[in-house]
Design a protein around this ligand. Structure first.
Ligand code: SDX
Length: 422
């Protein structure tokens, strides 16, 4: 494709064009400031590419999501989360020997150092598990300081984050920590650590295992979203894997991002407690003078349906039916979706349910507490963050991320001694 041309102050600048493997077009402005002295500005980076990546492809208009070329629908139907972790991080589906070795490694590295248990004694029982998760993941770098052993640190992180998450839940409910068992698979081990109690044997539910596997796969990566861009930003300074991922956990925590799944359930619960009048809340969501947002709706990229939300809506019905759970908030969610999909305010702004709209209903049916929902999102997103960090780490030409700005503050002014100030 021929160069782009930009005219500024009557001067024409030619800028090279990059075309991706799915025909996405990007204008490469990396030489523009040196040539013109000007920068480009893009509030919230909604129109700016931060990197080239071979990991995940999203077409927001067509509702397409693929991990390393595999459609999310096929992975959700056929894959295990461990396979998806390997696929995202190493770029291919593992063969049987590779999968067995990877799985064995994840099993062998599921314990955290016994000294790390002492960290939990310092947290109040009311501590949000995302605070614990980000602190503990960063602290893993104190126990595994060898940054060169990237593949082993990846295994350690994928496996121990699950244990840390489960221990944070046990801490919050005042129950003893349950250690991982080496004869359980990735999802089964997590459920066992979450829900087993010493008093009685814990029976692993195939329904819960299947639901957890699906939820983790659907959250596994999503190209350059806020938390992944944070991981790349921190990692671009050559900070270690654990520190970079810990920063991603903090970014995900925000209610506009991964924290939305907790907000959705709290919103649905609020509507239910207020008599279930969802139409009243739809009107509030459209009213600019109201701070109410329809949480779980809207997306920076998807301007059509979020394919993950479609899969989760179907799964919510199936999981609740299999578990024999009747959750009135599911009906409210479906009513909100039905009304929004026909309301000009939402249609004109292309606001559709996103991945967070139905996930909380399934987590709740699994007896996962609301303040653990964003931790569940983080556990799913872990392989994506790791894959994106590794892609940048392996690129020896990668530079530290350092955006520019347009200064709009005070012009130069002289110092005034304190006794002469107004
Ligand atoms: C995730 O990036 C990713 O890929 C994220 C994610 C991932 O997998 O990593 O997909 C996960 O974070 C999903 C999003 C979860 N967040 C929420 O559900 C919170 C509610 N949604 C909104 O806050 C919002 O839609 C965002 C944050 C998701 C997107 O924000 P944008 O792209 O900045 O869009 P915007 O805020 O500029 O909204 C455009 C218009 C505005 O109205 P106008 O100014 O044009 O009149 O749509 C309105 C907004 O007021 N709008 C909403 C709305 N979302 C947008 N109005 C009511 N309810 C909403 N939820």
């Amino acid at each position: 494709m021929e160069n782009a041309k930009l005219i500024l102050n009557g001067k024409e600048y030619e800028l090279p064009v990059v075309v991706g493997s799915e025909d996405e077009v990007g204008v490469d402005i990396s030489t523009f400031r040196a040539k013109s002295g000007a920068i480009t500005l893009d509030d919230g980076y909604g129109n700016t590419g931060s990197c080239k990546s071979a990991i995940t492809f999203i077409d927001g208009e067509k509702g397409i999501l693929r991990y390393r070329g595999y459609p999310i629908e096929e992975l959700a139907e056929n894959a295990s989360f461990v396979e998806v972790c390997y696929l995202l991080i190493y770029g291919k589906l593992p063969n049987q020997a590779e999968l067995a070795a990877f799985d064995h490694q994840l099993t062998r590295h599921s314990l955290i150092h016994e000294d790390m248990k002492k960290f939990f004694e310092g947290f109040p029982s009311s501590a949000h598990p995302m605070a614990i998760l980000s602190a503990m993941i960063a602290s893993l770098s104190a126990y595994y300081p060898d940054e060169n052993n990237v593949d082993l640190n990846i295994i350690r992180l994928l496996s121990k984050a699950r244990t840390i998450a489960a221990f944070s839940y046990k801490k919050s409910v005042g129950q003893p920590f349950v250690y991982p068992l080496n004869d359980l698979g990735y999802c089964e081990n997590f459920l066992h650590m979450l829900f087993a109690v010493p008093a009685e044997p814990y029976k692993i539910s195939p329904t819960l295992t299947k639901a957890l596997n699906l939820l983790l796969i659907l959250h596994a990566d999503h190209e350059q979203n806020c938390s992944t861009s944070t991981v790349r930003m921190v990692g671009s300074s050559q900070a270690n894997l654990f520190a970079s991922i810990s920063a991603g956990v903090c970014a995900l925590w925000g209610p506009l991002h991964g924290g939305a799944n907790q907000e959705v359930i709290e919103m649905l619960e609020h509507i239910r407690a207020d008599g279930g009048d969802y139409k009243k809340y739809m009107e509030m969501a459209k009213d600019k003078s109201s701070s109410f947002k329809l949480m779980g709706f809207g997306h920076r990229v998807y301007k059509n349906f979020d394919p993950r939300a479609k899969i989760l809506k179907k799964a919510a019905d199936a999981v609740l039916a299999e578990l024999g759970v009747a959750d009135p908030t599911l009906a409210i969610a479906k009513n909100l979706e039905d009304v929004a999909l026909n309301d000009p305010y939402f249609v004109d702004r292309k606001l559709y349910p996103n991945v967070d709209f139905y996930s909380g209903i399934i987590y709740r049916a699994m007896n996962i507490p609301t303040d653990m929902f964003t931790v569940m999102f983080a556990l799913g997103r872990l392989p994506g963050w790791i894959a994106q960090w590794k892609e940048m780490h392996d690129d020896k030409s990668a530079r530290i991320n350092r955006p520019r700005q347009i200064y709009i503050g005070a012009p130069k002014r002289e110092w005034v001694p304190v006794n002469k100030r107004a």
